[in-house]
Design a protein around this ligand. Structure first.
Ligand code: SF4
Ligand code: FE2
Length: 633
């Protein structure tokens, strides 16, 4: 069984892992021990299985062992190809999510399950995309805008529409580098083609292609995902919630919402308020229905409804171990297949809903968007009917939970900033106050801390320590994904956390009435961060790379994170990684990512497994950027 030392920052995680041991239940920790050390070739990225002449493992050490694969591919080629394919997979995941949301908007109707919640945002987007709106029904506009978005995936000509939102100097850089993404699917297909056996072997060319594909994620798929979700389900506004496994309720039906897409979870939220289902919950002896979110589905519903956060990626097994979860309902991405054997040890129903993520042994109830609410009600009913099967001797709900403020969309941030604007002098609704405090040095800079959990690091340690260090040094933090949930659990997204901030940030938090760490949503919502940075750069008449802003992924693990890292870098923002990507077998790729890309994009990667060192590097870089910004006037 597992060695639980150094597992987590949170003693509660340890308690549940001990419970698993006592009950003979296997967790990821046991599997990590069984796995022993990771494969050295895989870890360095020098294993190629692209064709059947191989697999070939080449030596990561120059002059020692096999230097080329059977076809002659070098370590540089193999590493760069593998890395580019990670970007393609990550981009595919975010973008396919966005495509689903765009389809849902195409289905939306006044009397249907899916309606338009933010008409203003839809109209703004329609104007941006030159859709005529005058005298038209809002749903006709929505359908037209949705169709344009759906064409962004496969249009034969031109580049992505959202690229126009970038600062002018950034657009010029992209043009010069020829990395303006064309259709989203096309970029993914081009990577798959170019990394096929016998195509591109030049590492630099592959890194270029990777940037273009990643930009199709950040300024394509992810941005469509965020914008369309806001239009359909509402643009988030600040609201209070709670976070950590202590949000599970012993006397209620607990439904865990896990995955990424909001189209299902929105309907589950509606279904859980259905009077008939609430009545049924009472009839089976429960006091009510308690929804709790996990991973990005959790972020989507907490941002829009204040649904409590059960935890992040790493706690999906731990939640089941409490013995009080009637159903884990999942859609796509970041779902452990181990939820099947672990839910088998308890009464918990593990329900998959997407044909894109069927999991062996799970109960598959396919979610039908055309009958969305009906489907969601059926799923909630399953959970309610399962309440009677709880095993009383297996119940243990940790007490731990923290208060959190969530819901900081770009619009919400700007609205908060308006509190300090003298509207007789300056117009409302701009990023001017933010630009002012950055210029004046009251805030030294800003950091976007994002990403997953990874058992290579202590759970949440990297997220929390980096956040604490940055806010103490007057760097405001914006966060999404599992990093945001780590912050929420640690109390850093509460306004009370301003006491941990430096004097400058503390003053800003008090004046604007915000926490020092702003929860901006799910992983696709990193597009919100990119938008905020770009709007600030445009306002100041500079490029993103001129701002004292950093992107950080202390505990990343997924291919989606690789796509994100690359689009953030290609957007001109330095990226700091706390887990090394599988590129260290290629000196050329390492040099490209941590050095030469800066000449091209004005930003680069920094990597260090020591989170505190990483935070020091960020602070140094932020001060360097400040000096340059001063020179720009
Ligand atoms: Fe080996 Fe080349 Fe085939 Fe890769 S593409 S498996 S390096 S022969
Ligand atoms: Fe996510």
């Amino acid at each position: 069984m597992s060695d639980t030392k150094m597992v987590s920052l949170d003693a509660m995680d340890e308690q549940l892992i001990q419970k698993a041991k006592q009950e003979g239940v296997e967790t990821m920790w046991d599997r990590k021990v069984t796995m022993k050390a990771p494969c050295g070739f895989g870890e360095k990225g020098v294993c190629c299985r692209i064709c059947a002449m191989g697999p070939c493992r080449v030596s990561p050490v120059e002059g020692k062992g096999a230097q080329r694969g059977i076809c002659g591919a070098t370590a540089d080629t193999i590493v760069a190809r593998n890395f580019a394919r990670m970007i393609a997979a990550g981009t595919a995941a975010h973008s396919d999510h966005a495509r689903e949301i765009a389809h849902v908007m195409h289905l939306a109707s006044k009397d249907g399950n899916y309606t338009i919640k933010d008409e203003k945002k839809l109209l703004r987007l329609a104007e941006e995309w030159e859709v005529k709106t005058e005298g038209k029904d809002i749903y006709d506009i929505a359908h037209e805008v949705a169709e344009i978005a759906l064409n962004e995936f496969g249009k034969p000509f031109g580049t992505l529409r959202f690229l126009e939102r970038a600062p002018e100097p950034r657009k010029k850089i992209w043009e010069k580098l020829k990395i303006k993404p064309r259709a989203i699917d096309r970029e993914i297909a081009t990577i798959m083609h170019s990394t096929h056996m016998g195509c591109t072997s030049d590492a630099e060319s592959l890194i270029h292609m990777g940037m273009r594909t990643a930009l199709a994620d950040g300024w394509g798929g992810s941005m469509i995902g965020t914008e369309f979700s806001d239009i359909l389900f509402g643009t988030p506004v600040p609201r209070e919630t709670e976070a950590n496994l202590g949000v599970l309720e012993e006397k209620q039906i607990n439904i865990l919402l896990h995955g990424h897409e909001p189209s299902l979870s929105e309907m589950i939220v509606m279904a859980s308020q259905d009077p008939e289902l609430v009545k049924l919950a009472h009839e089976v002896g429960a006091e009510g229905i308690n929804l709790a979110g996990m991973c990005c589905t959790g972020n989507e519903v907490t941002m829009r409804h204040g649904v409590k956060i059960a935890g992040n990626f790493y706690q999906q097994e731990l939640a089941v171990l409490t013995g009080v979860v009637e159903a884990v309902i999942v859609d796509v991405q970041c779902i452990f297949p181990s939820l099947t054997p672990i839910t088998d040890c308890y009464h918990t129903k593990f329900i998959t809903t997407s044909p894109k993520a069927k999991i062996t042994g799970a109960t598959h109830i396919e979610f039908n968007e055309e009958k969305a609410l009906e489907s969601a009600k059926g799923i909630v009913r399953e959970a309610i009917e399962n309440f009677k099967n709880r095993k009383q001797d297996k119940i243990f709900i940790p007490k731990t939970k923290a208060q959190a403020t969530v819901g900081y969309s770009v619009e919400a941030v700007i609205k908060q900033l308006d509190r300090v604007v003298n509207s007789q002098i300056d117009p409302l609704g701009t990023v001017k106050p933010l630009a002012d405090v950055i210029k004046a040095g009251v805030l030294r800079g800003a950091a976007g801390i994002v990403g997953c959990n990874n058992p290579k690091t202590q759970h949440d340690y990297g997220h929390i320590e980096v956040m604490k260090k940055l806010i103490a040094n007057d760097v405001i933090v914006v966060t999404t994904g599992c990093a945001a949930q780590a912050a929420a659990k640690a109390g850093l997204t509460s306004k009370d956390a301003a006491k941990l901030a430096g004097k400058g940030l503390q003053a800003v938090c008090e004046l604007v009435d915000i926490p020092p760490v702003l929860h901006m949503g799910s992983c696709v919502d990193i597009s919100r961060i990119i938008t905020l940075v770009s709007e600030t750069a445009k306002f100041m008449g500079v490029d993103n790379c001129d701002l004292p802003v950093v992107g950080v992924a202390p505990e990343w693990m997924s291919e989606k994170a690789v796509a994100i890292g690359n689009y953030v870098m290609a957007s001109g923002i330095d990226v700091f990684l706390g887990v090394l990507p599988p590129v260290t077998g290629s000196p050329e790729v390492v040099d490209l990512l941590t050095n030469r890309v800066e000449e091209m994009t004005g930003a680069k990667f920094f990597m260090d497994e020591d989170s505190l060192k990483l935070a020091d590097m960020m602070l140094v870089r932020i001060e360097e950027k400040r000096k340059n910004l001063e020179k720009l006037g």
